[in-house]
Design a protein around this ligand. Structure first.
Ligand SMILES: [Zn+2]
Length: 68
């Protein structure tokens, strides 16, 4: 059984931007599944952490809305 990748939350310490992504595979696509800079202010020091329960719930909710 393959292990499902865990959702990850990116957070910008500078402007407060955050995004939760659920990788579909081991290879991340920058701009869809991953970020190396903040899309809002361009900060390169994004914090990375596992998404908490609420964020995972919201991610599933928005995915359902988009019909994924
Ligand atoms: Zn930022």
């Amino acid at each position: 059984m393959p292990i499902k990748p865990r959702p990850i939350t990116y957070e910008c310490p500078t402007c407060g931007w955050s995004k939760t992504v659920a990788p579909h595979s081991d290879c991340l696509i920058i701009g869809r599944d991953g970020f190396d800079t903040c899309p809002k202010c361009g900060d390169k020091n994004l914090a990375l952490r596992s998404a908490n329960l609420i964020e995972r719930f919201l991610l599933g909710f928005s995915s359902a809305l988009m019909g994924r």
